[in-house]
Design a protein around this ligand. Structure first.
Ligand SMILES: [Zn+2]
Length: 113
């Protein structure tokens, strides 16, 4: 493995780590919460974390949430199918990242050497 490939690999790994850190977003300071309806302790999940990110301060456990959904079916809409990430994106993004990393590595090596 050439120094340029090692540097490119390091840049790609760094980009993935940074992208993962940025995409994770904020999380609630507490690991769990008291359900606003039944008072039971529950651990935050994706639903409650999303609610917390939307500035909600009253959280409901899964069973209370399901009961509410059953009672309020008209408010509950089945989520439409999310658009699937295309095959092109799965190949294009890593290819783009590796190409950029190789270009940056080559540029850095021209400065250093
Ligand atoms: Zn509850």
């Amino acid at each position: 493995m050439t120094p340029m490939m090692l540097l490119a690999l390091a840049i790609v790994v760094t980009l993935f780590v940074v992208a993962r850190f940025v995409s994770s977003g904020r999380i609630p300071p507490e690991k769990g919460f008291r359900c606003a309806k039944c008072g039971n302790y529950a651990v935050h999940d994706e639903r409650t974390i999303k609610a917390w990110r939307n500035e909600k301060h009253r959280f409901f456990c899964k069973s209370c949430h399901r009961a509410w959904l059953a009672q309020n079916e008209e408010h509950y809409r089945v989520p439409s199918a999310q658009p699937k990430t295309g095959c092109l994106v799965l190949f294009a993004v890593p290819f783009f990242l590796i190409s950029v990393a190789l270009a940056v590595a080559k540029w850095i090596l021209t400065i250093v050497v």
